[in-house]
Design a binder for this molecule. Structure first.
Ligand code: NBP
Length: 468
């Protein structure tokens, strides 16, 4: 028996994806660089599923039916290139390699180009949902040629998460569109995680709530319009008691946030493409700042204790609205970035489809996505979702709370970078006159960079001071 599809890389994601595919009725060939991991996987986790292990690359490739469909689930970066090089001698024309890791979209473009010269089809595919999603149904974002997608479409749509709007998998677009969309998904994820953490910080430092009480609030919120995977895991985390100390475990975790790069790439790309994504960008910096633990400790001692202002418990309702506001604007920024990239790189991404496949399986799944879809459906050109009567109503209802939270947090010395940058993003974009006229004057003053005028056409330069 030959396998319908092959999976390379049997760390958490690869194992679970292989099992998911097999449980959906397909025979799966598996290979991992380190043989021990393959053996362990087969012994401990394979229970009657049609999984065919191999311990060398040639046998692995030969165990997959032609045209071959091989999914790579290895560490992003050079391991993907190394694995492709190892596979190539045994592959035939029109075989398909699918890179399902978190590869940078630039690498995906390069691989697409290189492999097309060698007659091999290639898809760059974002997979979201962590290890649970990989096993039970992730959100899947494949990009490349439609021809390549069609070869694996049946498998992908079967293993993807399902919602009332269909399987959470779609052909995202040309070239590196899949990995680009997955990267921005992660950028939005960083922003929402940070916004939730800021709300938690206000609750514990200003409202003096304990972790279990905070967990109860998040649990209630998860039954409302804020319902989302990230709010759900937050209440579960808050209520998790450490067996050893009997304290909420979250209180014992060191406040240094790690990152693997996709949030940073999103911020870098947004800067390169000139798309404003301030909430997404400061979420990356918040993680960076968290790393300076020793410095923060020392400076907090030097600067002394911050005076927290008193706030009533009803601030909780404002926090809820403030979080909802930031979540909305995080999506607004991310969608705008995808739209711009789609234009620049000819991805041809359908934003409505992206929002649909984010509804299930992935880390940023949220009830809010239905609202976003309805706004975009009204006007598909409204790529940052702001120019809509629904958005105006939403902002009217949430902005006063966001401002109140911002002000109390500021007065109390509690940093809220994402909550406050979301406000500035909205205020800036809804302001006709920004002080950029002064910036242009300054640039012209010291660098003769020229400026345009509001009262006549042309490009101007003025000698702002006499040169000696
Ligand atoms: P890791 O990202 O930790 O990668 C481990 C796998 O890569 C192992 O199978 C390892 O083989 C293999 N590998 C390495 Br490292 N170097 C290799 C090389 N030079 N040649 C061949 N194989 C090599 O695993 P993961 O956490 O399962 O993630 C897999 C991919 O999925 C990554 O790109 C990740 O960013 C992405 N992703 C992860 C998650 C998540 O929740 N973890 C979610 C979404 C996407 P070995 O056993 O021989 O060392």
């Amino acid at each position: 028996m030959k396998a319908h599809v092959g999976v390379v890389g049997l760390a958490v994601m690869g194992q679970n994806l292989a099992l998911n595919i097999a449980r959906n009725g397909y025979a799966v060939a598996v290979y991992n660089r380190t043989a021990e991991r393959t053996k362990q996987f087969v012994e401990e986790r394979v229970k009657g599923e049609k999984i065919i292990p191999s311990f060398d690359v040639q046998s692995f490739v030969e165990s997959v039916e032609r045209p071959r469909k091989i999914i790579l689930m290895v560490k992003a970066g050079s391991p993907v290139d190394e694995m492709i090089e190892e596979l190539l001698p045994y592959l035939d024309k029109d075989d398909l390699i699918i890179d399902a890791g978190n590869s940078h979209y630039g690498d995906t473009n390069r691989r697409l180009e290189e492999l097309s010269h060698r007659g091999i089809l290639f898809l760059g595919m974002g997979v979201s949902g962590g290890e649970y999603g990989a096993l039970h149904g992730p959100s899947i974002m494949p990009g490349g040629t439609l021809e390549a997608y069609k070869m694996i479409q049946d498998v992908l749509t079967k293993i993807a998460a399902k919602t009332e709007d269909g399987p959470c998998c779609t052909y995202v677009g040309n070239g590196s569109a899949g990995h680009f969309v997955k990267m921005v998904h992660n950028g939005i994820e960083y922003s929402i995680m940070q916004a939730i953490s800021e709300v938690y910080d206000v609750m514990r430092k200003i409202l003096k709530m304990n972790s279990v009480e905070i967990g109860e609030v998040f649990e209630e919120w998860n039954k409302s319009e804020l319902a989302s995977f990230l709010v759900e895991i937050t209440y579960k985390i808050m209520k998790h008691i450490d067996e050893e100390t009997k304290k909420p475990l979250v209180e014992l975790i060191l406040d240094k946030a790690e990152q693997k790069g996709t949030g940073k790439w999103t911020a870098q790309t947004a800067l390169d493409l000139g798309v404003p994504t301030p909430s997404l960008n400061v979420a990356v910096f918040a993680r960076t700042i968290s790393h300076f633990k020793e410095q923060r400790k020392e400076l907090s001692r030097i600067f002394g204790e911050k005076k927290r202002v008193h706030a009533e418990q009803r601030l909780i309702e404002d926090l809820k609205k403030s979080l909802h506001f930031s979540m909305f604007l995080s999506f607004s920024q991310g969608l705008w970035l995808i739209h711009e990239a789609s234009n620049v790189y000819n991805y041809n991404v359908d934003l409505l489809e992206v929002l649909r496949i984010w509804k299930g399986g992935c880390i940023i799944r949220a009830k809010l996505l239905d609202l976003l879809r309805s706004i975009l459906r009204e006007n598909p050109q409204n790529v940052n979702l702001l120019a809509s009567e629904t958005t105006i109503q939403f902002v009217k209802e949430k902005l006063p709370s966001a401002l109140k939270v911002n002000s109390i947090a500021r007065e109390s010395g509690v940093p809220t970078p994402v909550l406050s940058n979301s406000i500035d993003y909205l205020l800036s974009l809804t302001e006709e006159n920004l002080p950029a006229n002064l910036i242009q004057a300054q640039r012209d003053f010291f660098g003769a960079h020229t400026f345009e005028r509001t009262d006549k056409q042309g490009t101007f330069h003025v000698e702002w001071q006499e040169l000696e």
